[in-house]
Design a protein around this ligand. Structure first.
Ligand SMILES: NC(=O)c1ccc[n+]([C@@H]2O[C@H](COP(=O)([O-])OP(=O)(O)OC[C@H]3O[C@@H](n4cnc5c(N)ncnc54)[C@H](OP(=O)(O)O)[C@@H]3O)[C@@H](O)[C@H]2O)c1
Length: 259
C-alpha cells in the first residue's frame, strides 16, 4: 500500500479551476494555493491589466494560469469566461466563487432597492449563474467542486453591513441547495466563511484603529487573518481530500463566531 495515500488526496494535478476575483486578496491566495497543488487555474478580475500582472508573477513561479477579464455582474462575461476556460484547458473541475462587492456601510433603512439589486447580482446571482454554467463540464468530467466565499457576516450581521450579510447568508443556502441536487453528479458545493482578513476589501475596518481594536477584542486569536490563511481550506475543499464534504460551511475566523 502506498505510503502517501492521504497526501495524494490533496493533489490537484490535471485539475482545472476558475477563481473569480483573483487579482488580489483572498482570491489571489486561493489561486496560488490551487496552482501550488498542481491545478491549472483560470484567474479573473474586472481589469485585464491587473489580472495579467498577477499572471506574470504566477508564470515566474512555474504555474499554469490563464488570465481572463470578467465582471461577474455581467452575465455575458460569465458565459465567455466558461467558454474561454473550456477552450484553453478542455474542461472545468473546480469553481471558486470569490469576487464580491460591498460599496456602502450604512443603516439598512437607508439602503436603496437599486443597491439591493446590484449587490444581489454580484454577490449571489453571479455565483448561481457561474455554477450552473460550469455544471455541464463537471458532469462530463464525472464530478467537481464548487467553493463559495461567504463570510462570518452570513451568520452574524454587523451594523452597517446588512445587505452584504443577507447576500452572504444566501450563498450558504445556495451551496446547500447545489449539494442536495448535484450530489448525484459527484459535484460538491461548500462554503468558506472568513472572518476579518487584511485585504483592500476590508480596509475601511482595519485602517481605523478603534474599529480594529474592537474586532480584535472579539476574536479569540486576537488578530485579523492574512489572505494566505484562507488558501489551505480552499485547497482542501477543491481536492479529493474533502471527497465526502458537501453542503457544509467552514469558518476561518480566529474563533470570532464562538465569542
Ligand atoms: N477581507 C475580509 O475581511 C473578508 C471577510 C469575509 C469574507 N470576505 C470575502 O472574500 C472575498 C474576497 O474578498 P477580498 O477581501 O479578498 O477582496 P479584495 O482584496 O478587494 O479582492 C477582490 C477581488 O475581486 C475582484 N472583483 C471585485 N469586484 C468584481 C466584480 N464585480 N467582478 C469580478 N471581479 C471583481 C477584484 O479585482 P478587480 O477590482 O480588478 O475587479 C479583486 O481581484 C469576497 O467574497 C469577500 O466578501 C472578505
Amino acid at each position: 500500500m502506498s505510503g502517501d495515500r492521504i497526501k495524494k488526496g490533496f493533489d490537484l494535478t490535471g485539475k482545472v479551476a476558475i477563481v473569480t476575483g483573483a487579482s488580489r486578496g483572498i482570491g489571489e491566495s486561493i489561486a496560488r494555493g490551487l496552482a501550488e497543488f498542481g491545478a491549472k487555474v483560470v484567474i479573473t478580475s474586472r481589469s485585464q491589466e491587473s489580472i495579467d500582472a498577477i499572471a506574470e508573477n504566477f508564470y515566474k513561479d512555474g504555474f499554469d494560469v490563464h488570465p481572463v477579464a470578467c465582471h461577474v455582474g455581467d452575465e455575458s462575461n460569465l458565459h465567455q469566461l466558461v467558454e474561454n476556460a473550456i477552450q484553453k484547458y478542455g474542461g472545468i473541475d473546480i469553481l471558486i466563487n470569490n469576487a464580491a462587492t460591498n460599496p456602502v456601510y450604512s443603516p439598512i433603512e437607508e439602503m436603496s432597492g437599486e443597491l439591493f439589486d446590484k449587490m444581489m447580482n454580484i454577490n449571489v446571482k453571479a455565483a448561481f449563474t457561474l455554477s450552473n454554467l460550469c455544471l455541464k463540464s463537471m458532469q462530463i468530467r464525472s464530478g467537481g467542486s464548487i467553493v463559495h466565499i461567504s463570510s462570518v457576516e452570513g451568520f452574524k450581521p454587523s451594523a452597517g453591513l446588512s445587505l452584504y450579510s443577507v447576500n452572504k447568508a444566501a450563498l450558504i443556502m445556495l451551496a446547500k441547495a447545489q449539494a442536495k441536487e448535484w450530489g448525484r453528479y459527484n459535484v460538491r458545493s461548500n462554503v468558506i466563511c472568513p472572518g476579518l482578513v487584511k485585504t483592500k476589501f476590508s480596509s475601511a475596518l482595519w485602517k481605523n484603529q478603534k474599529v480594529l481594536d474592537h474586532w480584535n477584542e472579539n476574536i479569540p486569536l486576537n488578530r485579523m487573518a492574512n489572505p494566505d490563511e484562507m488558501a489551505g481550506l480552499a485547497v482542501f475543499l477543491a481536492s479529493g481530500a474533502s471527497s465526502y464534504c458537501t453542503g457544509t460551511t467552514f469558518t476561518a475566523d480566529g474563533g470570532y463566531l464562538i465569542s
